[in-house]
Design a binder for this molecule. Sequence first.
Ligand code: ZN
Length: 391
Amino acid sequence: MNVNVIEEIKKLIAIPSVTGEEARIGKYLYERFTNMGCDTRLIEVEKERFNIFAVLPGRKKDDLGLLFHGHIDTIPAYNMKSPFTPIVKNNHIWGRGSVDQKGGIASVISAFEEIISSKKPLKYGVGFIGVVDEESEHRGSMNLNDTGIKAKYAVVTEPTGLKLGIGCKGTAPIKIIVRGKTGHGCRPWLGVNAVEYGMKIASELLGEDLPIYKVKDIDEVKATLNLGIIKGGVAYNIVPDECILWFDRRLVPGENQFQILDRIKEKIKKFEDCYNVLVVVEIARPDWNWPPIKKRGLKPALTDMDAEIVQVIKASHREMIGDNPILFFTDGYNEMDFLINDLGIPTVQYGPGDSGLCHTDEENIEINQLIKASLVYKTAIKNLCEDYNED
Ligand SMILES: [Zn+2]
């Protein structure tokens, strides 16, 4: 088995699948799971872009006992050396997508193969859904609503370093455009300086106390606001008539982007009322052109600490690795949002590799983590889906 997971990730890395160009890897995975004995289908999300859904059936026709979720797209190669020819060195594998997140997918494939070769019948089916477009507009996971997938529990296979994630923050990209009036820099009183008011608005928003959420048995998580871009002005001696501020607001459970937008609009209304500026506030991201994702947003998500899936992954990790996994709530965002908030499936995040290496030119994954993740996935399938009694 251990060799399989290494060979598998090498094959996956060797099929480039940069966002928008996922067709080849989708077809590869379709054949891979079909040849293994799964009921497999390609689900068209857009022209030449497919989610791949594979099910290892169980005796009962109920909901799947467990669904693994992974994204099949990667970010571009950028300056990575040898992005699509995997390099194995010092017990690690380098390549684009190695940690984000072909490692998680390779571990699922290897776990499925182990379950099949054990020849023990499954009571409940186990599934894998590979989605497109995670690195951009989330069209693949948005499509899950139309797929009719039903599962008791799910695992997002994004890298966690084999820690167990029970929730994620949401994220609201907020663009603010401040419009004033231009003029000569020698008579600024005749213009309305958009950059000056943009700075005032920024310090007003950045000075606000943001909500804190206490996650049971873990820690407090805090909402945050980062001003990532501030743009304005054409020359030092011209009064700028436009200033653009771009914020990244991270949401804790209980918050939603519309309340946040309303609150920001309310806070900055006084600038419009008093200073002759016009302020436009909207949800916008440089790479988002698709209206449905702007409308839905990326929501915070949380699975109850006492949910069976948390206990089963914990127990499977203990059984295979020997200690208790560290539980965490991630500051980042991941697509457990769609599984929890849209499909109502209690979901955790658990996967191989160091998430700090995602989106870097040094992207690599430790082979031991791949092997361990695969063992834990296999054990979780056994615990949740195998046929122990005759009902
Ligand atoms: Zn990822």
